[in-house]
Design a protein around this ligand. Structure first.
Ligand code: F6P
Length: 531
């Protein structure tokens, strides 16, 4: 498929002109005053997720030009190619079919294989959940990156649906301070280890798996085959490790898109088969929305386009995610891999260097904690950072007063970012804690807010498995959208290879002290570590 590079299109030039004429200076407060229908005009309903895009620095023409850009860059054809299983991961010659993992039986590619593994996986999960028979009280997932971040995010998010008698643990870091405190609290007889690795070669996972096996045997653990299971595409390596129960998946499932596959085993054990199927169904509903809704009403596409508008025209280099639900505390970390490993690329599909920015930095913390940490910078710092608020209408706890406070805080933050506060308004206010040694105007300047800071609010009715599935799929397709328009391969990750290779070279040097041929800084650090 040959489509023009995005910055050579007619729509890009039109966007550039529009940005210079109206975009740069667009003031949200004026935009709302001018257009009483602005909220409705920028509200979008997708499966399980309502989005308010009206507090963003765009107007109807911006949105139309971005949609024109998407069409000129062949977004719809690229999307269709992904769903059809074409090898769009060109540098690895692979299809990208995580959507097939959540298609109903008979409805997607590889349906028989997918549902065969899924049925077996869920039956196994249910057998573990029968704790009287299985004797399992602790499940330890050992994996990293895509073999960790998805389950580690979803399990606490769905805590309200979790088995009360099973504790979930996650070990990822090769630093022994990760696994040590986990093992200290375990009884080998009651523990199930899941070794989760697509390749079953990842250094961190293999090292931690070996430590777990050693610990298990040293503690008098019997029957590795019963207490260790694998989620992997490398069944042979798992068998060599001593694992007989394995759940496979396929090379067309990228690591960061794999929580829907066997990598989701810790989720299935925590919440059970029915809820795991609901998670898949929610994601599938969002897949259908992305695949069929016109771009004018397509939420993942519009979010991806907005990301591009901010990155390439406004020049915003980062986006902050603030879920106002403690269960989503790991969502920002999950999104970091999804977005930055996917779109952190500097060459196009032909390997040509790109003259424009790609992935922004994605970061965040759950609200309201973030408010008491870095929101100061979002409100009054020198950089404009679009914020994404995620609010959940109905809680799964009984503390209505706490929930109301969380929601009010969420609304207040997006309001404050947009409205700001003028120096004149600050001058008219009392500031009881302000120093009397400074003039009123000086204090008012410190207490004023520039405002016009953009945000998006995503609203879920409740954090159910289906809603969470839809939310994650929404992010996946949004990342796809911006990556497709930038003309990059969002599905490889060569950027992690160099460090891995250098690590293998440095490991023996830590023991030997041999610093020959190293750059002076690395040699100096090696010496200091051995001193
Ligand atoms: O960080 C690089 C990476 O390849 C990720 O894409 C992947 O999720 C992770 O390593 C883990 O890989 P594996 O599942 O093969 O252990």
């Amino acid at each position: 498929m040959t489509t023009p590079r995005c910055d050579t299109t007619v729509a890009w030039s039109a966007l550039r002109g529009h940005y210079e004429a109206h975009g740069r200076e667009l003031d949200l407060r004026e935009a709302f005053t001018r257009d009483a229908q602005r909220f409705e005009a920028f509200a979008l309903q997708a499966p399980e997720v309502f989005a308010d895009l009206s507090k963003n620095r765009w107007d109807l023409l911006t949105r139309q030009l971005l949609i024109d850009l998407a069409r000129e860059c062949g977004l719809e054809a690229r999307r269709d190619a992904m769903f059809a299983g074409e090898p769009i991961n060109t540098t690895e010659g692979r299809a990208v079919l995580h959507t097939a993992l959540r298609a109903p039986r008979g409805a997607g590619p590889f349906s028989e294989e997918v549902h065969g593994v899924l049925d077996r996986l869920l039956a196994f999960a249910e057998s573990v959940r029968d704790t009287a028979a299985s004797g399992i009280t602790d499940v330890v997932n050992i994996g990293i990156g895509g073999s960790d971040l998805g389950p580690q995010m979803v399990v606490p998010a769905l805590d309200a649906f979790a088995h009360p008698g099973i504790r979930s643990h996650f070990v990822s870091n090769v630093d022994g301070h990760d696994i040590t405190p986990v093992l200290r609290r375990l009884d080998p007889k009651r523990t199930l280890f899941i070794i989760a690795s697509k390749t079953f070669t990842t250094q961190e996972t293999m090292a931690n798996a070996a430590v777990a096996r050693q610990w298990f045997l040293a503690q008098g653990g019997q029957d590795i085959g019963r207490h260790f299971v694998g989620a992997t595409t490398n069944l042979k390596a798992a068998a060599e490790f001593g694992i007989h129960t394995t759940f496979g998946f396929w090379d067309w499932v990228g690591g960061r898109y794999s929580l829907w596959s066997a990598i989701g085993l810790p989720i299935a054990i925590a919440v059970g088969a029915e809820h795991f199927r609901a998670l898949l169904a929610g994601a599938h509903a969002m897949d259908r929305h992305f695949a069929t809704a016109p771009l004018e009403a397509n939420l993942p596409a519009q979010l991806g386009l907005l990301d591009l508008w901010y990155r390439n025209f406004h020049g915003f280099g980062s986006r902050s995610v603030a879920p106002y639900h403690q269960g989503l505390k790991r969502l920002p970390a999950y999104l970091q891999q999804l977005e930055m490993e996917s779109n952190g690329k500097c060459v196009d599909l032909e390997g040509q260097p790109l003259p424009y920015g790609t992935s922004p930095v994605v970061w965040g913390e759950p609200g309201t904690n973030g408010q008491h940490a870095y929101f100061q910078m979002l409100h009054q710092g020198t950089d404009v950072i679009p914020v994404e608020f995620i609010a959940v209408k109905r809680p799964t706890h009984e503390h209505a007063d706490l929930h109301a406070k969380a929601l009010a805080n969420c609304l207040a933050q997006s309001q404050a970012l947009m409205l700001g506060k003028s120096t004149e308004a600050a001058l008219g206010e009392k500031a009881p804690t302000a120093s009397a040694a400074l003039g009123k105007l000086t204090i008012a300047r410190h207490r004023s807010f520039p405002g016009n800071r953009p945000s998006t609010t995503l609203l879920l009715d409740a954090l159910t498995p289906a809603a969470l599935g839809a939310l994650i799929a929404l992010y996946e397709h949004r990342v796809f959208t911006s990556g497709a328009i930038w003309g990059i391969n969002s599905f490889d990750q060569w950027g992690v290879e160099l460090g891995k290779a250098l690590c293998s070279e440095l490991l023996p040097r830590l023991a030997s002290g041999d610093a020959s041929g190293l750059d002076a800084s690395t040699a100096g650090l090696l010496k200091a570590l051995r001193a």
